[in-house]
Design a protein around this ligand. Structure first.
Ligand SMILES: CCCCCCC/C=C/C(=O)SCCNC(=O)CCNC(=O)[C@H](O)C(C)(C)COP(=O)(O)OP(=O)(O)OC[C@H]1O[C@@H](n2cnc3c(N)ncnc32)[C@H](O)[C@@H]1OP(=O)(O)O
Ligand SMILES: NC(=O)C1=CN([C@@H]2O[C@H](COP(=O)(O)OP(=O)(O)OC[C@H]3O[C@@H](n4cnc5c(N)ncnc54)[C@H](OP(=O)(O)O)[C@@H]3O)[C@@H](O)[C@H]2O)C=CC1
Length: 294
């Protein structure tokens, strides 16, 4: 979507950049010229992704460089290390993509205290720890940086069976808006993206395991646009929100879900009603109208 070199000179940290959506977004940021630091708990995974993307994009003109630094986002010292290594390697940090997450589907009453804490700590604590570290660095160094948080549509609607994730994503969304208001004076922007279903192994293994996958509708089938999302579509939006082209947008959460949340509308699910059935419906209502006048 953005022109070649649109992110030239920018350095962006992507948490959870070794897999899934984080990896797809990282690929696009590099293509647009940004230097990217990816981090997550598993060193082997981020090293392999860094190697893979470096080889894959070697022929792209103006491609950025990639650095992999292990980090558990629940640990402030490890976050400080990612920041320090990024500054040492690339000179500065301009953007932070809070993408790391933990999640699994479960009735809430089956969760141990530790299970609930594990998800909230990765998603909410990890997001505010990383944002705090990078925000302090930006304010101290007078850098107008930008934070982008990967949220989800149920951060606003709520959802059963993923309650710790909903609680944590909801908290991160309020942080997005609150910090946008507070740090605007430093030129720091804070936004979020709320994706609907974008197939990844990490999410599908934990949200649609058997026998649930067989019991549930295909995620694309309940979406007005009739399909799940494509990683490139999400990467486009993320790159735009991390770029200076979105310089007047802050405190926003942009939904990218093919219209899925709109299905909460009382009658939105009626799309399978045939024309013949609508003819009958119309006839029946008109009959009732006539009856009510007589
Ligand atoms: C698809 C349609 C769109 C919907 C929108 C979806 C929005 C959001 C999606 C996502 O966030 S998808 C991201 C998914 N990716 C990941 O989760 C990757 C990272 N995840 C993990 O590493 C694990 O799944 C983890 C459990 C989150 C963390 O692993 P860790 O090794 O740190 O913890 P454990 O020691 O294994 O477990 C901690 C605690 O949790 C209990 N537990 C784990 N799984 C379950 C389960 N399925 N049911 C109940 N409890 C579980 C585990 O037993 C431990 O508790 P204790 O037993 O020690 O009390
Ligand atoms: N896929 C989808 O349909 C949707 C996804 N999302 C969101 O998109 C984002 C990416 O998810 P997705 O790509 O699907 O799933 P993945 O499982 O591929 O990504 C999650 C990433 O988080 C990292 N991570 C987990 N725990 C930690 C931790 N403690 N510290 C650092 N990193 C950690 C994992 O790496 P490691 O294990 O090495 O630490 C992994 O790379 C998440 O925020 C998710 O909530 C939102 C809506 C829909």
């Amino acid at each position: 979507m953005l022109r070649d070199g649109a992110l030239q000179g920018k350095t962006i940290i992507v948490t959870g950049g070794g897999t899934g959506l984080g990896k797809s977004i990282t690929r696009y940021l590099l293509t647009l010229g940004a230097n990217v630091t990816i981090c997550s708990r598993r060193q082997a995974v981020i090293d392999e992704t860094a190697q893979e993307l470096t080889t894959e994009l070697a022929a792209v003109e103006g491609v950025g460089r990639i650095l992999a630094v292990p980090c558990d986002v629940r640990n402030p010292q490890e976050i400080e290390n990612v920041l320090a290594q990024t500054v040492e390697t690339f000179g500065r940090v301009d953007g932070l993509l809070n993408n790391s997450a933990g999640n699994f589907i479960s009735p809430t009453e089956r969760l141990s205290y530790k299970a609930f804490d594990t998800i909230v700590d990765i998603v909410l604590r990890g997001t505010y720890y990383f944002t705090l570290a990078v925000g302090k660095y930006w304010i101290e160094n007078k850098i107008s940086g930008t934070v982008l948080n990967i949220s989800t549509t149920y951060a606003t609607t709520g959802s059963g069976y993923v309650v710790p994730s909903a609680v944590a994503k909801g908290g991160a969304l309020i942080m997005t808006k609150s910090l946008a208001a507070e740090w605007g004076k430093y030129g720091i922007r804070v936004n979020a993206i709320a994706p609907g279903p974008f197939p990844t192994k990490g999410a599908w293994d934990r949200l649609f395991p058997e026998p649930l996958a067989s019991l549930m509708d295909d995620p694309g089938s309940r979406i007005p646009l009739n399909r799940v999302g494509d990683h490139g579509e999400l990467a486009n939006l993320a790159a735009y929100l991390l770029s200076d082209f979105s310089g007047y947008i802050t405190g926003e959460s942009i939904t990218i879900d093919g219209g899925e949340v709109l299905m909460a509308g009382e009658f939105s699910h009626l799309r399978d009603v045939t024309d013949e059935q609508w003819d009958e419906v119309s006839k029946s209502i008109k009959q009732a109208n006539r009856a009510s006048k007589s």
